[in-house]
Design a protein. Structure first.
Length: 105
């Protein structure tokens, strides 16, 4: 499934949580708008952001402290930054799976 999508690694990103438990993920801006985006996560060190049929972003090395909060929300606010400015923001549902690696098999 994942092999057919243009997937790239996100080398630098931030995951932030506010006092209400809501999560914000900041990534670099990408061409092409998100179409029915989903964040697929299994509670481990990686999450996969499906932006569209043609574009996916792998978030690697998720900090241990961010894993449980990320697994506990139903959606996150995704913010794309270009030249230190907010280029786009959108809500993304979080889909919890048993094993993220099994999806790419």
């Amino acid at each position: 499934m994942v092999k057919d999508i243009n997937s790239e690694q996100e080398g630098r990103y931030d995951i932030l949580q506010n006092a209400d438990g809501e999560i914000l993920i900041i990534i670099k801006y990408r061409e092409g708008g998100p179409e029915n985006p989903r964040l697929v996560y299994d509670g481990g060190p990686q999450a996969l952001l499906y932006r569209s049929r043609e574009s996916a972003v792998m978030l690697d090395a998720i900090n241990d402290e961010a894993r449980q909060p990320l697994k506990s929300v139903s959606e996150v606010l995704m913010v794309e930054i270009e030249d230190d400015e907010v280029a786009r923001e959108y809500m993304v549902p979080v889909r919890i799976v048993r094993n993220l690696e099994a999806l790419s098999a």
